[in-house]
Write a protein that binds this ligand. Structure first.
Ligand code: NAG
Ligand code: NAG
Ligand code: NAG
Length: 533
């Protein structure tokens, strides 16, 4: 722990030296324990289950539809300063074994929330303030790697999008040698790189925007009321966002070294193996008027909360006892271990294209009609001949309409072996030609090689309801309902075409030659017959 504090201090000092600020005040708020870990996100999924898992720190009043008032009403916080009842959350880093099971990587020391009093006349967070930083759907990086010196940043490197991508840091920890600077690497390094170099783990860093539009305490996307200053953590605020707020920065250290030499891959809980989709959320919950006092009154350059007499601090044990109630629908979910894939059946989306919606949101939208339109005729014709002719009804709207419950056997990814039993999983599908793209700016070269390809075979039970009119002609088709029955990860050796990036580019990214990231991954869906009437 002392080592963690030592590096954190070094980072903070580096930040302060960049600031041509009126104030160099800052503090580092330790949140050693989580207030909880669950598929909850009151900003992005208010009042319902979030698609993916988060680890949450701060007020014990956290809930799916929490307000600032609820946070302040709680009698506890999992962070060290008791005048703070804010909520802080991020998606955790997970490790996936080759058999498909996932575990949460240990968060060593919980989270540190830094408060930097930077810039011209910074204000405290207003009442009711909320924001998020990052975008769970991003899977690529558009700027040069590594970052040019800040003094050389062009207009392209200072767009809000570019600044937001550079607000993420993946800091390889090796305490016996020189520390990496914060916010230098903006992607999750490959596992082999972590294994070989980051023997003290990986520190995730997230800088929140600190320029405010001066009026909205939140916005529909929880971002557009805020903007980054032109150097990410400091600099000039853009037009329309001239009000500087106190700057918030999250640090979370993960014990990735626990998995050195263990076969598998690191992924974020939202199905992101690249890190570009890392994000964090915040709801302000400081006691009214207190944050402003702390911003001017906490002047000790150590940044330690114990060194600011204004703060009331509590012990780690007291902080650890603060846990918010998990909604009953999520009580059965284990955030630390999931036997098959990621919690919430989140698909792994490698990119570089933007990740797509999944789960409930997506099945309402996409799975349905496109697939059905092309395959319903097959499904119906293969099932109907065996079935007795359904009753005929011209207008299936009044009394109970005639429905045939047809089980569709479709495959999204490729020609699947048709499965007719519900017990034995089918053999792994034949491996088709696979094109893997990388995010490197260097042109990849297609090469045919023999290689083990890992497949996730997800067995989905899908019910398709078709309403039939005269002569068994399908009238309408209801959107299919999907249910994951099981997931099996398997691999087979086959000839594939791969885009191989020249070694020089890989070396530039990771300072290690010959890495093609990330490992191959195919995600195919098999639909099988099941009984649901
Ligand atoms: C996969 O391997 C891990 C680590 O050995 C183990 O904990 C887990 O139970 C295994 N899962 C399955 C589905 O066998
Ligand atoms: C630092 O420690 C690691 C792991 O214990 C070791 O492999 C490495 O050689 C050490 N490096 C230096 C410069 O001491
Ligand atoms: C990179 O990400 C952006 C934002 O998600 C997306 O619009 C773009 O299509 C992606 N680029 C590639 C090559 O897929």
């Amino acid at each position: 722990m002392t080592r963690v504090l030592a590096t954190s201090l070094a980072i903070a000092v580096a930040f302060v030296s960049l600031a041509d600020a009126a104030s160099n005040n800052f503090w580092r708020l330790p949140c050693m324990s989580r207030s909880g870990a669950a598929r909850m996100d009151p900003l992005m999924a208010p009042g319902k289950t979030s698609d993916h898992l988060h680890t949450i720190f701060g007020s014990g009043g956290f809930s799916e539809s929490v307000t600032q008032a609820d946070l302040l009403d709680s009698d506890c916080t999992s962070c060290e300063v008791t005048q703070d009842r804010s909520a802080y959350w991020t998606p955790p880093l997970m490790f996936k074994y080759p058999n498909g099971s996932t575990v949460m990587v240990n968060q060593d020391g919980g989270m540190l929330a830094y408060y930097f009093v930077y810039g011209e006349d910074p204000k405290p967070f207003p009442e009711g303030f909320r924001m998020m930083a990052g975008n769970q759907f991003l899977r690529n990086f558009t700027g040069p790697v590594p970052d040019p010196a800040k003094s050389d940043w062009t207009a392209d490197e200072q767009t809000q999008f570019s600044l937001s991508q550079k607000a993420l840091g993946f800091n390889c920890l090796h305490y016996n040698t020189t520390d990496e600077g914060s916010l230098q690497r903006h992607y999750l390094p490959e596992k082999s790189f972590l294994d070989e170099n980051c023997w003290d783990g990986l520190r995730l860093e997230l800088m929140f925007p600190s320029c405010w539009n001066g009026k909205d305490v939140d916005s529909t996307d929880h971002k557009s009321h805020m903007a980054y200053p032109n150097l990410v953590n400091d600099g000039t605020c853009p037009d329309g966002f001239e009000t500087r707020l106190v700057s918030l920065f999250f640090e979370t250290k993960y014990d990735t070294q626990d998995f050195a030499g263990v076969d598998g891959e690191f992924i974020f809980s939202m199905g992101d193996p690249t890190g570009y989709g890392y994000h964090g959320d915040f709801i302000q919950g400081w006691q009214t008027g207190f944050l402003e006092q702390a911003m001017s009154g906490c002047t000790n350059p150590s940044g330690q909360v114990q060194d600011c007499p204004l703060f009331n601090t509590q012990s780690n044990e007291e902080a650890a006892s603060c846990q918010f109630p998990v909604p009953s629908a999520l009580k059965e979910e284990n955030p630390l271990f999931n036997l098959h894939g990621l919690l919430g059946d989140v698909p792994i989306q490698l990119g570089p294209a933007q990740a797509t919606l999944y789960g409930e949101a997506a099945s309402a939208l996409a799975t349905g009609l496109g697939i059905i339109a092309t395959s319903v005729a097959d499904a119906v014709s293969s099932i109907l001949p065996a079935a007795p002719n359904p009753p005929v009804e011209a207008h299936p709207t009044t009394t109970a309409p005639p429905v045939v419950s047809a089980k569709q056997n479709a495959n999204v990814a490729q020609a699947a072996p048709t499965t007719t039993t519900t017990s034995a999983p089918p053999p792994p599908p034949p491996a088709p030609t696979t094109i893997i793209t990388t995010t490197s700016p260097v042109q990849p070269v297609p090469t045919t090689i023999e290689k083990a390809v890992e497949f996730d075979i997800v067995y989905i039970d899908q019910e398709v309801v078709v309403q039939l009119g005269d002569n068994g002609v399908p009238l309408t088709t209801l959107a299919p309902v999907d249910r994951t029955v099981s997931t099996l990860t398997t691999s087979s050796t086959t000839t594939i075409t791969e885009l191989v990036t020249p070694t020089a580019a890989a070396a530039k990214r990771d300072q290690l030659p010959g890495h093609i990231r990330p490992p191959f991954h195919r995600h195919s869906h098999h639909r099988r017959h099941g009984a649901r009437h």
